[in-house]
Design a protein around this ligand. Sequence first.
Ligand code: URA
Length: 230
Amino acid sequence: MRIDAILSRFGYCSRREAALWVKRGRVTVPGRTLKSASDKAEPAEVLIDGEPVEFVNGLYVALHKPLGCTCSHKEAGELVYDLLPPQWLNRSNGVSTVGRLDKETSGLLLLTDDGAFVHALTSPKKHVPKVYEFETSAPIPESAVALFASGELLLEGETTPCLPAELQNTAPCHGLLTLHEGRYHQVRRMLAAVGAPVISLTRTAIGPLKLADLHLAPGEWAEIDPTIFS
Ligand code: URA
């Protein structure tokens, strides 16, 4: 691949600016400083300011989403993308969240530039379980466990019932809910349907990946191995 194409593909600079980066000796391959932006190299062997090109085989990142920021590229207010290095957002494949969390939900959020990965994790057909920990302002009725597991709960305004979900009540107003799909405000709507409005919500796991194992403070991110989901 041409050097100017590599630099712009992975978000470092525009193709036009690449000529300057090369001229300043910022772009090397082992044993050689490149001379022209039209030189060719394998992205995996290119060094920029002595550092390898980031995420040459795709960007896969877990973020501990804090409360108060939105999973959107263009809404007003703080966005999850503001928490990431700006260079990632300039990658030609575009970085997006894998599904969304509400502004007032915190927890595990994946980001990637791989559309197939997004599909594999969000399609209800793939049944990747997502675990949510919640607190409610009223006690959760015992009957909610069987109702959520039945696959018969029809949310207001919808025509297909929710897929079976596992509810674990850990205290009268606290619990864990495992979903296998991702509908709009689903956890809040399911609990509201049984008279237990959610007052705090965190996603703690997606498939085998657990937020607690990542040791990330709110706002921090870490690279993940996407093959753990295959
Ligand atoms: N369910 C919700 O209600 N909100 C989220 O952010 C995720 C699941």
